[in-house]
Design a binder for this molecule. Structure first.
Ligand SMILES: *Cc1c(COP(=O)(O)O)cnc(C)c1O
Length: 414
């Protein structure tokens, strides 16, 4: 008896993920091929990870060349690609001289480091100066480890794993709520500039500037999670740069490695002096292989003008989506190439399934939102193909809804 890959997956893989949707064997640019040789246009990009698309020659060469030279030596030692990437991240994030970089291997690990940074900042010098409180935004997502889950304002995610790491309080995303919650006992405010997992929901206009002013006034750190929004995705290197502010720390991961797992905490000014020897670490963090690949990926994003491309292609996609003749499209949110397409009915999962049938990969961020995070390299051809396939997918779902809504013929004749 033969078993299918689906049987293998449901027997052997952890059940914390849903059914795997497809078995992919290879990719090139914005396209994927499944085990039967069928081609798909991928506008999810590994969830905002594959900045350069699949098998980009710069990515491939960086992995191969560094693997042949030196992959890992531990953090007892430094390596040239690690130092080069730290300098690049400081420059792109605008930290100036005083910035520092902690390397991790994922988004959650970068946020764990940021959580510990906040605790160090909140440590009392005497009883009156303790800052035990940490503020985060309701519905934001910061990761799945115990520390980052405690920062993630989604009750259903936290509930099975109670009790949470203490000290975190959740706020609505309004300046008013922040003003009300803030005092001299807050160590840090954590936020996502655009809530990606929640459905590509931007912060209200002016929120980041107000958050900077309020945290500064009370001596709290402003820590911005740029894991999904960073590496050029929103049309700036980091989304906070649209607001023209300087945070105390940002976290990055996803897009900076272009498919290689790497994350980082980047600190500014006085926050750069909080960690001292022995307070944090990681065996793999900052290894030569990962930092060489991320350095090459960021170098290509910069030299090929892909940050500008993300800004321009984002506008192009949003305009084209809003011009689609379908009652299902309610409007677009997001910035650059992090796009949420709002639907007029809670059919996002049906749209994703129809898209897959048509050879298009997109994601349902929630029941009413399709999330797009394509490679930053896309151009006219990929966008035209996307609009064709997405229009066909919407039509498939609309037809099914019409059938569902149609009055039962027997009932009508009776
Ligand atoms: C993906 C994501 C994380 C978690 O990153 P992992 O690499 O999955 O641990 C944290 N914050 C945001 C905003 C993310 O999008």
């Amino acid at each position: 008896m033969t078993t299918t890959w689906r049987d293998d997956a449901s027997r052997d893989l952890v059940r914390s993920f849903g059914e795997r949707m497809e078995l992919f064997e290879r990719g090139e640019g914005a396209h994927l091929w499944d085990a039967d040789g069928r081609r798909y246009l991928d506008f999810l990009g590994g969830i905002a990870v594959n900045s350069l698309g699949y098998a980009h020659p710069v990515f491939v060469a960086a992995v191969a060349e560094q693997a042949a030279k030196l992959a890992h030596v531990s953090n007892y030692f430094a390596t040239p690609p690690q130092l080069a990437l730290a300098a690049t991240l400081k420059r792109l994030a605008g930290t100036g001289e005083s910035g520092r970089v902690y390397f991790a291997n994922s988004g959650a690990e970068a946020n764990e480091a940021a959580f510990k940074l906040a605790r160090l900042h909140g440590r009392p010098v005497d009883a009156r100066t303790a800052r035990p409180r940490i503020l985060a935004l309701r519905d934001a997502f910061h990761g799945r480890t115990m520390g980052t889950l405690a920062l993630t304002g989604k009750t259903w995610m936290q509930e099975p794993f109670a009790p949470m790491v203490p000290g975190v309080e959740f706020l609505d995303s309004t300046v008013e709520a922040l003003e009300k919650a803030m005092d001299e006992h807050v160590a840090a405010l954590f936020l996502e500039p655009i809530k990606g997992e929640a459905g590509v929901i931007p912060l209200p206009e002016g929120y980041l500037r107000a958050a900077r002013e309020i945290t500064e006034r009370h001596g709290a750190l402003l820590i911005i999670d740029e894991i999904q929004t960073g590496a050029g995705r929103t049309g700036e290197w980091f989304a906070f740069q649209h607001a023209g502010i300087t945070p105390d720390a940002i976290t990055v991961a996803k897009g900076i490695g272009g498919g290689f797992p790497i994350g980082a905490l980047i600190t500014y000014g006085a926050a750069s002096d909080l960690f001292y020897p022995g307070t944090h670490g990681s065996t793999f963090g900052g290894n030569a292989l990962g930092t060489a690949v991320a350095g090459a990926v960021l170098g290509e994003i910069e030299s090929a003008g892909l940050v500008e491309n993300a800004a321009r292609r984002g506008v192009q996609i949003r305009q084209a989506v809003e011009a689609i003749d379908s009652d299902l499209v309610a409007g677009c949110r997001g910035q650059g190439l992090l796009i949420g397409i709002g639907l007029s009915r809670p059919v996002a999962k049906a749209v994703v399934a129809a898209a897959q049938e048509h050879g298009l990969i997109v994601n349902a961020a929630n029941d009413e939102t399709i999330r797009l995070a394509p490679p930053l390299t896309i151009g006219d051809d990929e966008i035209a193909e996307f609009i064709d396939l997405f229009t066909a997918s919407l039509r498939t779902v609309a037809d099914a809804l019409l059938l569902e809504d149609a009055p039962d013929t027997e009932e009508v004749s009776a």
